[in-house]
Write a protein that binds this ligand. Structure first.
Ligand code: HEM
Length: 351
């Protein structure tokens, strides 16, 4: 998949990304007129799914959108609980939730199969990730991926490519609405760089403060907040003996909030990522996209997407959070808020 994520290929997706965002923000225009509160968590999820599908697979969900949302919700909820189960015994029981889970997975697999069938039937050869996956050949056997492998790859990309970003965008909207001084600085920057037009890939260079805001959100709310590795050899980490074969959990969230590394770790302060404030900090002190050979392939894609979504929303709207309680994160697969965030969109008030 690596060739699909080279910088120039990701940059080439910018126009398609901003098209999807602009189309989606038409809904926000209606909401800004009606003043009705809406579910911000679902909204950004729907947006990032559409971006993922349009840019990676040149397709959309259309009539499947509601079913997709419900299926993702169940699959996410059940998987998050299963991860912490010590045995897989209860997964086999014919409970209502297990049945719902199996149906949800079947639905999502169907969506993936449909994406593959649609492409096979069409004469159109889009130069996208789906083509790369379909054309890929095993270096030794020269075989293409079979149906299930292809479907699994699409599923992985669809899930890893949208839920992570949606979670972080939701937190960013929440945090910026709580820190108007940072929002103001970001708007000054985006207004200057974009000068009334839609953002382009080349703008990212100039959106330094916007990127620092994204970095700070990813520090405090890394949507993937832990990952695991199996030790190949016996080892010793900070005095703790590790036997070969042991599973070691590494938590981005814990590392990102260690007071030994970060001053006032809970404070929202994008400027801690200024070069002069980052000198001497280990590169492993900040790993929202993982590290090493399995580092996230989609980090460039995700950063561009988040910067564009934030810039395009805040260019025209103010976001008022209307949730009764302060959203905190739950013990889930991705570091989602424990409750959906509710909000109201208002036309931007210019000072
Ligand atoms: C804010 C958004 C994102 C975050 C925080 C994130 C985080 C991560 C992390 C931590 C890993 C490494 C997991 C491990 O080491 O076990 C990873 C891997 C991966 N991510 Fe992301 N990701 C994001 C967005 C995306 C997007 C948008 C895509 C695709 C368009 C993507 C595709 C992948 C893929 C394919 C891998 C597997 C790489 C490999 O195993 O070689 N990610 N991601």
């Amino acid at each position: 998949m690596q060739p699909a994520f080279l910088k120039e290929r990701v940059d080439a997706l910018a126009g398609r990304m901003t098209d999807v965002i602009a189309k989606h923000l038409k809904l926000w225009e209606q909401r800004a007129v009606s003043g009705e509160p809406f579910n911000l968590s679902w909204d950004v999820s729907a947006l990032t799914v559409e971006i993922a599908l349009q840019t990676m697979f040149d397709t959309g969900l259309g009539a499947d959108a509601q079913g997709f949302k419900d299926a993702m919700h169940i699959a996410h909820d059940v998987t998050a609980k299963r991860v912490w189960n010590l045995t897989s015994l209860s997964e086999k029981l014919p409970t209502k939730r297990n049945r719902q889970f199996n149906e949800a997975v079947a639905f999502l697999q169907n969506v993936c199969s449909h994406i593959i069938d649609e492409r096979r039937r069409s004469s159109h050869r889009a130069d996208d990730l789906l083509s790369i996956l379909m054309d890929a050949r095993d270096a030794e056997t020269n075989e293409a991926m079979n149906e299930q492998q292809l479907r699994d790859e699409i599923m992985t990309l669809m899930v890893s490519g949208h839920d992570t970003t949606a979670t972080m965008v939701a937190w960013a909207l929440l945090m910026l609405s709580q820190h108007p001084q940072h929002l103001e600085r970001m708007r000054n920057e985006t207004d200057t760089v974009m000068a009334g037009r839609l953002p382009e890939a080349g703008d990212l260079k100039g959106l330094e403060y916007t990127k620092r805001i994204i970095q700070e959100v990813a520090r405090l709310r890394p949507s993937i907040w832990w990952f695991a590795r199996v030790a190949i050899n016996d080892d010793n980490i900070a005095g703790q003996p590790i036997k070969a074969g042991t599973t070691v959990f590494i938590s981005q969230y814990l590392i990102h909030t260690l007071p030994q590394i970060w001053d006032d770790p809970e404070k929202f302060d994008p400027d801690r990522f200024l070069p002069e404030q980052s000198t001497g900090r280990s590169k492993f002190a900040y790993i929202p996209f993982g590290a090493g050979p399995r580092v996230c392939l989609g980090s460039g894609f995700a950063i561009m997407e988040m910067a564009f979504v934030l810039a395009m929303i805040f260019r025209r709207f103010d976001v008022e959070i209307t949730s009764d309680r302060e959203p905190v994160f739950g013990n889930l697969l991705t570091l989602r808020p424990n409750e959906d965030i509710l909000a109201r969109a208002k036309p931007r008030l210019r000072h």
